[in-house]
Design a binder for this molecule. Structure first.
Ligand code: SAH
Length: 218
């Protein structure tokens, strides 16, 4: 797999990408700009980012974004900026009228996300990532400053979720949250629908732990 388009074709043929809008976002955002070693950029595997964290496998990112069901103009909270890849894809999905708030606990990773996303600007004047707000802080508490959100996506494993969780409280009444929920190293990917209060488990996943007040200990 040597091109971003080749990766997207494979994600489509295996059924990880099902919608036109998620496909378009994946085609626009080159994964190679977000990983440490370009050699494996287009393989369906988790990879190290520059500061020892990981960028999820593209099939998992695609599954999360398909279930998140993002529409143009929405406000989305992205918890765990990491490399910035997910935030960049969300930026495409919400469009110029929407907003992405991406929150990262570690300042050096917040910077990494910002730097990686800035690379998209070069050589591609169409890229509009001015709709991203970068925040450094404990995303297990959400980000009250910009709440409420239409959608929240968490890309680190959280221990629990229910209607009393601060992240759920920061969702609009018809909002949805997609997050890995479970143990420190193994989780189920959960789609939480605030309107019905129902949780659907869609995939077994392994994310790094969400560390913080409503997450795991350091
Ligand atoms: N979405 C990222 C991958 C995230 S990896 C990408 O597309 O590359 C998980 C990230 O969550 C790590 O960067 C980790 O530092 C961050 N993290 C862990 N606990 C957090 C917390 N309480 N608030 C915000 N970010 C957190």
């Amino acid at each position: 797999m040597h091109t971003n388009d080749g990766m997207v074709d494979a994600l489509r043929s295996f059924g990880w990408i099902t919608s036109k809008k998620v496909e378009a976002a994946f085609r626009k955002i080159d994964r190679a700009l977000f990983v440490e070693s370009g050699d494996y950029a287009y393989f369906d595997m988790a990879l190290p980012t520059k500061s020892g964290q990981t960028i999820s496998a593209p099939s998992v990112v695609a599954t999360m974004l398909e279930w998140l069901d993002v529409h143009e103009g929405m406000k989305v909270l992205d918890v765990g900026s990491g490399s910035g890849y997910n935030a960049a894809l969300l930026s495409e999905l919400v469009g110029a009228k929407g907003q992405v708030v991406t929150i990262e606990k570690y300042p050096e990773l917040g910077e990494l996300a910002k730097m990686n996303i800035a690379k998209l600007g070069t050589g591609n004047s169409e890229q509009k990532t001015g709709n991203i707000i970068y925040v450094v802080g404990d995303g297990s508490e959400g980000c009250g400053k910009y709440a409420p959100y239409d959608r929240i996506v968490v890309t680190a494993g959280m221990p629990w979720v229910d209607e009393t969780h601060p992240l759920v409280k920061q969702l609009r009444p018809d909002g949805k949250l997609v997050a890995p929920v479970g143990e420190r190293h193994f989780q189920g990917l959960i789609v939480y629908d605030k309107k019905t209060g129902r949780q659907l488990k869609v995939l077994d996943v392994m994310f790094v732990p969400l560390v913080g007040k409503y997450g795991f200990s350091e």
